[in-house]
Design a protein around this ligand. Structure first.
Ligand code: ATP
Ligand code: MG
Length: 581
């Protein structure tokens, strides 16, 4: 592509509303433009990159036996009513009415539509399994669209859905997708890690997020330094110490009230009573699917509300509001405790609370706490379970090794759905014995546009993007420093022709710009390979070749250019850990 005829509106300055480097660089390199909050135009260079990501994803999905479809973006409300998500999905779902007043939404995801499609067509176990995917624009009215392509309201996603006749089949489909993701992200050139994620009601190990490791990531992941373990913070199990101390509740003195006027928070209680937070039981009141529950964790720990929700077996969880706290504890916020709490409220306690006794807790009475609380003796615990958020000082739940927290960007998610949609929507088939059964489903998403931003987050420097060659808008930029020198211009034309003949996508900077401008733009856009032909090089029979990532420059001979270039290109790809497509 000749840059003299190409549209690349670069910017000299960082846009004011861009906080992360990928957003800044995508704007400055002329790859995207904002239309309105969370909604972007993809310009020629940006779209090329997106399309390259999509092509790799498509190849890996096809290789895994999935079949591409394209479903409508506008979806009728009826389907969402069937699954209950018309009400449940909330404000991320953009709802619209047609001219007849009928309700529709813009697809944020396609479980309903795909299940509707499949239930109308697939009737027998002989037609299963099936895995269908699409690459399409999604719309989610995100509460906080930000970071450019990272969290848009409109974005491009690959979503796949598998249908199997039984659990074994569904698990096989799941792991096939898992491997396809690994292959795709490797080929894209991302440094990534699949981590365990919350699988909600399904349970088990059938939800993994693929995380790109980057400081700007919105997610925190716990990884083990010794083994393969990695988990999203909301999922990460907490390991209890092997040796359980002897806990003798009979030796604990009788529970005793103590006045704690105006002392609400853990810090305030600790400093007032001169104790450390690990002597305190923190009592949190929450509402799960409309029902109040209490959760206990040690004073220095944090409740993991996803774990609690899963233990209680609900969908929606939120903190109890002030009025409800007053109703349940007869006190303002800050004095809830497990002893003497409204007996209709089931109490779930973190397992760690079995490791000690003689606690301090709220007294369910204004300005009062209790000392010498023994949980088994003084209250009724519904269940002890792993309820807290893992900490960096905790051991790895799998091998006991050291845990490290890192930031990650979720670029993909594989998830076993089980019967959630097929039961509600009656997507059934007849099995080998003529018995009607719901299909076992899985869903698998990849954030195609987010990947381009993630790749930049991982690969940039003060001069701009350093794209992996697999998804760079163009692999190579040939810069002609001809100026008025017709010989250089002619030779550059010839070389451009040769590169094109090799089937390599090249940007050819044939513009009448100063060399400095051309160099700066090539660095900003981040073509992995730069070739620079000037008068001197032509005279000496060489062309300069620069590796954008390392900055390393070598000279390639003009005589036998095609071979030399091919070998250098191979080396560049290999240095990225990639094989030429
Ligand atoms: P997140 O936790 O980041 O909101 P999600 O759990 O809502 O993600 P999924 O529904 O699993 O995401 O969607 C599949 C993939 O689509 C995600 O892994 C992510 O890469 C991408 N994605 C989700 N939301 C957005 C968004 N607002 N902008 C860009 N990509 C997105
Ligand atoms: Mg989301």
């Amino acid at each position: 592509m000749r840059l003299s005829r190409y549209y690349i509106p670069t910017l000299k300055e960082d846009p004011a509303d861009a906080d992360v480097v990928s957003h800044k660089l995508l704007m400055r390199a002329g790859m995207i433009r904002k239309l309105t909050s969370g909604i972007y135009n993809y310009l020629p260079l940006g779209l090329r990159s997106i399309n390259k990501v999509a092509a790799i994803v498509r190849e890996e999905m096809d290789r895994a036996g999935a079949m591409e479809v394209l479903l409508p973006m506008v979806q009728p409300a009826d389907l969402w009513v069937e699954t209950g998500r018309w009400d449940y999905y909330g404000k991320e779902l953009l709802r619209v009415k047609d001219r007849h007043g009928r309700d529709y939404c813009l697809g944020p995801t396609h479980e309903e539509v795909i299940t509707d499609l499949v239930r109308g067509e697939i009737k027998s176990y002989k037609q299963l399994p099936v895995n269908l995917y699409q690459i399409q624009t999604k719309f989610r009215d995100e509460i906080r669209p930000r970071f450019g392509l990272m969290r848009g309201r409109e974005f491009i996603m690959k979503d796949a859905y598998s249908f199997d006749k039984d659990e074994d089949g569904a698990e096989k489909s799941y792991w096939e997708m898992f491997e396809a993701y690994r292959a795709a992200f490797s080929r894209i050139g991302l440094r990534f890690k699949p981590v365990q994620a919350d699988s909600g009601a399904i349970g088990g190990d059938f939800s993994h997020e693929f995380m790109v490791l980057a400081d700007t990531g919105e997610d925190t992941i716990a990884s083990c330094l010794s083994c393969e373990f990695g988990a999203n913070l909301e999922k990460a199990r907490v390991k209890l110490p092997e040796a359980k101390p002897e806990v003798d509740e009979s030796a604990v003195p009788a529970m005793e009230e103590v006045a704690t006027p105006g002392v609400h928070t853990v810090e305030e209680v600790c400093s007032f009573l001169d104790i450390t937070a690990d002597k305190l039981v923190k009592t949190l009141l929450l509402v799960v699917d409309g029902e109040p529950v209490a959760a206990l964790v040690r004073g220095d720990r944090e409740l993991n509300d996803i774990k609690l929700r899963n233990i209680v077996g609900g969908n929606e969880i939120e903190m109890a509001d002030e009025a409800l706290v007053r109703e349940l504890t007869n006190a303002p916020v800050g004095f809830a405790g497990p002893a003497g709490l409204d007996t209709n409220v089931p109490i779930y306690a973190d397992r760690e609370l079995t490791m000690s006794t003689d606690w301090v807790a709220g007294a369910n009475k204004s300005d009062t706490h209790v000392l010498h609380l023994a949980l088994e003796r003084d209250c009724t615990i519904e269940r002890y379970a792993d309820l807290r958020v893992i900490e960096e000082t905790d051991p790895c739940p799998e091998c006991g090794g050291k845990i490290e927290f890192t930031r990650g960007i979720e670029v993909g998610h594989v998830f076993k759905l089980g019967l959630k949609y097929s039961e509600k929507m009656e997507a059934t088939f007849l099995d080998e014995n003529g018995k009607s059964k719901p299909m076992v489903m899985g869903c698998y998403g990849i954030g195609v546009s987010r990947i381009v931003a993630s790749a930049i987050e991982q690969n940039n420097d003060e001069n701009g993007c350093c794209f992996p060659p697999s998804i760079a808008p163009f692999e190579v930029c040939l810069i002609s420093l001809g100026g008025k020198d017709q010989d250089v211009a002619d030779k550059a034309e010839e070389l451009y022709g040769e590169i094109m003949k090799l089937g390599v996508d090249a940007a050819y900077d044939d513009r009448k710009e100063r060399p400095g401008v051309k160099f700066a733009e090539a660095d900003l856009i981040g073509y992995p390979m730069q070739l620079v032909l000037g008068g001197k090089g032509l005279k000496n029979g060489i062309i300069e070749a620069k590796d954008r990532k390392t900055g390393e420059k070598i000279e390639l001979p003009l005589d036998g250019f095609a071979e030399a270039f091919t070998a250098w290109r191979k080396e560049i790809w290999n240095n990225w850990g990639l094989e030429i497509a």
